[in-house]
Structures are given as structure tokens and as C-alpha cells.
Design a protein around this ligand. Sequence first.
Ligand code: GDP
Ligand code: K
Ligand code: MG
Length: 260
Amino acid sequence: MKKSIALLGNPNSGKTSLFNKLTGGSQQVGNWPGVTVERKSGLYRKDKEVMIQDLPGIYSLSPYSLEEEVSKRYLLETPPDLVINIIDATNLERSLYLTLQLLELDIPLIIGLNMMDRMTKESGREIDVDRLSYSLGLPVIPISALKNQGLDRLMATALSHEDRVSFQYDERLEVALAEISELLGEKNRHARYDALQAFEALPEGLSDRQAQEIQSIVKMTEKIFDDDASSIVVNERYDLIGQMTRLCLKNTGKADQLTD
Ligand code: GDP
Ligand code: K
Ligand code: MG
């Protein structure tokens, strides 16, 4: 295989429509190990050495549902070479929450900004795609899975993109995360994700010293922010999303941003 690509996004963002267009007839359907969540994979019809997975639709990577657990475990344990994060352009703010969580995993990622055909007629809003791309530090490709538009460009970008981006939350949180990361002492590919997880809840298997020091970092940070650890992280994500959408959403003008 040349490359494995996973399609991930909110429910009803158009993943399956895109998956069907990209794979044509060559699909394998099964279940994820041990659970009755459907697993679909197929080969890119224009390059059979590219494997594409249609992952369950999720709103976040917090393990609140079976789908979230399945997707999270897959991304952590058997990560694909690249994630195409499918976003419903008419639901940009809500969708970016998952995007930020995916970026915390340090997996190469691009955005397929889907439903662009609906932006022109229904939404009355326009997305400045270049600005969104700039503020995320990622390729953002406008597409319509329904109308088969932008898909060649999406896949050309997916096949050439290899960068991982990471971005910064509030400096006071970043200091805490850096200290926690050092205490965890793991130089694996999920260092940032692990530090965020440990900040929100102490993981299993820590030494007494690690646990105590992490707890005191968390307490201190909670005092500085005057908020609890989980709310600090959630608020940081929403702050960043607010900054991004203020930069790239416009309320007037006609969007004609699709290319074939
Ligand atoms: P999934 O839940 O992410 O797999 O989303 P689906 O592929 O099942 O799509 C959800 C709904 O959105 C379906 O009714 C699709 O026909 C529709 N849909 C998907 N992509 C597009 C698109 O680009 N434009 C429009 N207008 N509708 C789309
Ligand atoms: K659906
Ligand atoms: Mg689907």
C-alpha cells in the first residue's frame, strides 16, 4: 500500500457519500473488533494502492459513545498515514471542535470542506477558505461529495501532504502541559495528547511521585484560571475556534469556491 487514508468527521458531514465516490464499487464492509460498529474500507478508484477507511461519525474524541471509542482507539493504536477531516461547511464552528482534537494527536491531516454547493444557495454565509487554511495551518479543500466537485484536488492534496501541525493554547496551559509531558517522560507520537489527557484526569500506571507532581501542576493551573481542568481545555478549544471563525466567516457575497 502506498498510503492509508481515514475519513473522519461529524455524523452527516458526508463521509459515506465521499467514500462511495472515491472507492466506487471496491468496498469491504465488516465490524470493528468486538463491537457492532460498521467498518468500511476500500481502494481509491484512481489509484488502487491507496486504502481509504470510512470511520464512524463523531463530534469529539471524548469516550462518550462507542463510535468515539472506536475512532479514538483506531487513531491511537493503528493510525492511518493521513486523516481527511470532512467538515460540513454549513456547520463550521461545531465541526472545528473535532478538528482541534484530531490535531492534538499529531497525525497528518487535511480538511475536506464539504457541502460547498449548499453554501451558495442556503447559508447566506461565505467561508474565506484561504483564511481558514491559514489559521489552521492546514490544506482546506472545498468540495461537494454530492456533486462530485473538488474531489480530484482533495485526493491530490491527500496524497502529497505529510506535515503534522500543532498549535498553542493559552501560554499558562501550555506551560502546564510541557511540565506534565516531561513528567510522563514519554517521547511517543502522542505526547501532546497524553499530556492533555493527564491534565484532565490522572492516567493509570503512574508512580506516586509522577501522580503527586501532576496533581500539583493541575491544582496550580486551576487556581490561575479559576476553573476546573476539563473546562480550561474545552474553553481553550472554543476560544481558538472563535478566533478562526471570526477570521474566515463572512456574511455577504456569493461563494463560488468549487473547482473540479
Ligand atoms: P455521513 O454521516 O458523514 O456518512 O454523511 P452521508 O454521506 O451519509 O451524508 C449525509 C447527507 O448529506 C446525505 O443526505 C447526503 O446525500 C448529503 N450530502 C453529502 N455530501 C453532500 C454535499 O456535498 N452536498 C449536499 N448538498 N449534500 C450532501
Ligand atoms: K448518515
Ligand atoms: Mg456514514
